[in-house]
Design a protein around this ligand. Structure first.
Ligand SMILES: CC(C)(COP(=O)(O)OP(=O)(O)OC[C@H]1O[C@@H](n2cnc3c(N)ncnc32)[C@H](O)[C@@H]1OP(=O)(O)O)[C@@H](O)C(=O)NCCC(=O)NCCS
Length: 327
């Protein structure tokens, strides 16, 4: 079966938070943040907005780009670690907001690899004959998970959503392969201790301890681990499909830190010109960085017909994965 992406869409909130804004509330500087991370600014969702709202706009754009109606979609897979609520799932809110009344919808939790995991799951369900037209979306409001007093981590994150439409098709971009991996043993480096059954109901004590915040443990080690997993996943996708890394026209990595991306490019012996970068303007939007970058690369003409596009990501869990697409 030839599976293809027939539409892409993305959305980031309008509110911009620059490094200079952060200088006013934290002991930090634009120079430190930019040289250590590549980030200049990030987008922040308005209070009272849930992630399904961001995903709705991204998804409507993807559905329109595919020339479809919401009623044509029969599967919604949403990669997110910041759903509106844990019950109902974020995808259920999205389904209702889009009016996708013919779809079954659920979330996939795989942190920054959430989009690639979702693409893998949707591909498998279509290949198995259960579904025909999937909306694969990833969205996050990371700004609500961080401790804005913790300068090591709050500077990294931002908000946004991206989406694609996946279906069997003889035309358009072909998804050649998807690959996913996890390592639960070493999953504690990127941890949100609160919000699950372990700390529910929320107590004064858990809030006082800041258990509801995302924590980065050994951020430096995670930089090195990330480069290795990103590069391994990239090579797995390329080799499985019978290509060489030199054949790839564009790499869209998860945008966690420009130094990770440069490390991956060095490891893959690929020039940075082939690496699509959005981290300067959006920071790390966890699962959403890859589909947002993919949509922007399609819309700004970087991705044109025939180009070989490699997606690769790594994140909490640990999770990592890749996908090779012939546009
Ligand atoms: C967080 C990160 C940017 C820090 O960069 P780094 O080069 O590792 O920086 P270091 O840990 O060496 O810290 C250097 C110094 O800057 C200080 N510092 C930390 N955050 C700062 C900030 N926002 N502004 C100014 N100084 C800061 C530290 O306190 C430390 O000070 P010290 O030397 O006096 O102790 C980087 O490790 C990172 O991006 N990690 C995350 C990796 C990741 O995203 N993984 C994948 C997730 S998907």
């Amino acid at each position: 079966m030839r599976l293809g992406i027939v539409g892409t869409g993305s959305y980031v909130p309008e509110k911009v938070l620059t490094n200079f804004d952060l200088e006013k509330i934290l002991d930090t500087s634009d120079e430190w943040i930019y040289t250590r991370t590549g980030i200049k600014e990030r987008r922040i969702a308005e209070p009272g907005t849930g992630v399904s709202e961001l995903c709705k706009v991204a998804s409507e754009r993807a559905i329109a780009a595919a020339g479809l109606q919401p009623s044509d979609i029969d599967l919604i897979v949403l990669g997110t670690i910041t759903p509106d609520t844990h019950c109902p799932a974020g995808a259920n809110w999205l389904e209702a907001k889009l009016g996708c009344d013919n779809a079954v919808s659920f979330d996939v939790t795989a942190a920054c690899t959430g989009f690639i995991f979702s693409l893998h799951v949707a591909s498998a369900l279509i290949r198995a004959g259960f579904n025909k037209k999937a909306l694969v979306c990833a969205g996050e409001i990371m700004s609500r998970t961080v401790n804005w007093k913790e300068r090591e981590s709050c500077i990294l994150w931002g908000d946004g959503a991206g989406a694609v439409i996946l279906t069997e098709t003889s035309q358009g971009a072909e998804v050649l392969s998807t690959h996913i991996h996890t390592d639960g043993k070493n999953g504690r480096e990127l941890l949100m201790p609160g919000g699950g059954s372990l700390t529910t109901p929320i107590s004064h004590e858990s809030v006082d301890k800041g258990l509801h915040f995302l924590k980065m443990i050994n951020a430096n080690t995670s930089l090195r681990t990330a480069v290795n997993h990103f590069a391994d996943a990239a090579m797995e996708a390329v080799r499985t499909s019978g290509y060489r890394i030199e054949d790839v026209d564009l790499i869209i990595p998860h945008q966690a830190n420009i130094r990770i991306m440069e490390g991956v490019a060095r490891k893959l012996k690929t020039p940075m010109e082939k690496v699509y970068v959005t981290i300067n303007k959006y920071g790390n939007i966890s699962s959403a960085t890859v589909p947002i970058a993919l949509d922007e690369a399609v819309r700004d003409g970087t991705i044109t017909k025939g180009k070989l596009v490699l997606l690769t990501a790594f994140g909490g869990g640990l999770t990592w994965g890749s996908s090779l697409i012939r546009w």
